[in-house]
Write a protein that binds this ligand. Sequence first.
Ligand SMILES: C[S@@+](CC[C@H](N)C(=O)[O-])C[C@H]1O[C@@H](n2cnc3c(N)ncnc32)[C@H](O)[C@@H]1O
Length: 210
Amino acid sequence: MSEELTTAAELFDAIGAGYEDAFGRPPVVDAAVRELLAVLPPSARVLDVGSGTGRPVAADLVAAGHRVTGIDVSAEMVRIAREQVPGAEFVQADVREWESEPGTWDAVCAFFPFLQLPRAETERALGRIAGWLASGGRFALITVPADVEDVPVDFLGHSIRVTSFPADALADRVRAAGLEVTGTRTETFAPDKPGAEPEEHLLISARKPG
Ligand SMILES: C[S@@+](CC[C@H](N)C(=O)[O-])C[C@H]1O[C@@H](n2cnc3c(N)ncnc32)[C@H](O)[C@@H]1O
C-alpha cells in the first residue's frame, strides 16, 4: 500500500486510466445515463461533476447529441477525458470553487465526486449544483452510501480517507438543496481488480421544481 493520499486530485492523478479499467460501466451509472437520455431535450446542456476519464458518461451523452461539460479536480483525469471524448469540454476545476451562470444546465451528473469531501462541503456543493440547474432540470447523484466520516480505506492500491452519508440522509440533503427526489436505486458492484471489495452504489435521481 502506498502512503496516504490526502486530496482527490492526488488520488486520481495517481490512478488515472486505472479507474476506468477497474470500474468500467457500473450498472447504476448505466441506469442513470439511460434515465437522463430518456428525458433530456435535444442538444441538452449537461454538466458532469467529477467527470473522470470521460467514459462512459460524457461519451454516451455526447454520442446522443448533448452538449457536455465535465469538471474534474484531477489534471490527469481531465487530460484522459479530453483525449477520449473530444466532443465534450473538460475543465480542471474543483466543484467547491467552479463558477457557473445560475439556471443554465438541463442536467447535472455527480457520480462519486464527494467521497473525499467533509459532509458540510458536500451539502454546500449540492446547493451550488441546485442553483446551476435550470427549472425542471435533472440531477443524478451516485455515491457509495455509508455512515462514515474521515475513515481510512484502501482504494485501488491507495490508502485514502473517505466520508459519506447513509442513503436516507443523503436524499434529505438533496431535498434541503431545493431539489425534488424522483427516485433512488441501489446495487452492489464488484470492481474488476484483484482484492477490490464489492461496494454498494446508490443513485439518487432528482429534479429542480419549476
Ligand atoms: C470515483 S471517480 C468517478 C469518475 C466518473 N464520475 C465516473 O463515474 O466514471 C471521482 C472523480 O471525481 C473527481 N473529483 C473528486 N473530488 C472532486 C472535486 N472536489 N471537484 C471536482 N472533481 C472531483 C476525481 O478527480 C475523480 O475523477
